[in-house]
Write a protein of this length. Structure first.
Ligand SMILES: CC(C)(COP(=O)(O)OP(=O)(O)OC[C@H]1O[C@@H](n2cnc3c(N)ncnc32)[C@H](O)[C@@H]1OP(=O)(O)O)[C@@H](O)C(=O)NCCC(=O)NCCS
Length: 186
């Protein structure tokens, strides 16, 4: 298994894997347009082909890391082909996001997820959604569950990455539900 930055050739397989989980309500659907636009955020895990030819290689998982603010990046579309679950691919993809955040010197990584036990294995901790900046909710307008979001917000802090002094991202207003936030202009 090899992990590497995604290319446009990977997009159809990435979409296939992501949307197979989205159909089960585990994550957001992604269109080709979204994946092309966000391509530079993504890494893929490739299973080397049996023949050793590049054309025989096969994408078995993907993840995106989107920079939201100077001290916050979000893990998006973490997805492993069901046939390859339990082989350490998810772990490899999460580790890539951690390495990437460290490379970019971003101190906190967040995830909105149903898989809190999985993320807890990597040092992510459950946080109150209100503690995250407003910007986090920009995707909610496209989410079918926006009227009743039940995802868990988790954050991992990279303590070896220094804190920096910066303007604070607009906070999530207290007591305002996420669907309402979908209508708030950035
Ligand atoms: C969650 C998911 C990414 C895990 O990928 P995976 O390749 O099966 O996970 P790994 O084999 O790398 O597992 C790493 C560790 O996490 C554990 N683990 C895997 N899935 C888990 C889960 N659902 N809950 C708790 N622990 C889990 C493994 O047992 C393993 O533990 P170990 O290191 O102590 O042996 C994958 O099941 C998936 O794509 N799920 C559907 C999409 C999804 O929910 N994505 C998350 C959206 S944010």
């Amino acid at each position: 298994m090899t992990i590497r930055p995604a290319t446009i050739h990977d997009v159809p397989r990435m979409q296939e894997i992501i949307n197979s989980h989205a159909e089960l309500g585990k994550m957001l659907f992604k269109s080709f347009a979204q994946l092309y636009e966000q391509l530079r955020d993504f890494a893929v895990v490739e299973r080397d082909g049996l023949t050793g030819n590049a054309s025989d290689a096969h994408i078995v998982g993907c993840v995106g890391l989107t920079v939201l603010w100077a001290d916050l990046a979000e893990i998006r579309s973490l997805a492993v082909d069901d046939a390859y679950r339990g082989r350490g691919i998810g772990k490899q993809l999460v580790q890539w996001t951690i390495d990437e955040a460290r490379r970019l010197q971003i101190r906190r990584i967040m995830s909105l997820t149903y898989e809190h036990e999985f993320f807890a294995k990597f040092g992510f901790e459950v946080v109150d959604k209100d503690t995250l900046p407003l910007k986090v909710w920009s995707d909610c307008v496209r989410c079918p569950k926006r009227d009743g979001c039940d995802e868990i917000a988790m954050v991992k802090t990279l303590h070896d990455v220094p804190m920096i002094v910066m303007p604070t991202a607009a906070p999530t207003p207290r007591g305002v539900s996420i669907p309402v936030l979908g209508n708030v202009e950035d």
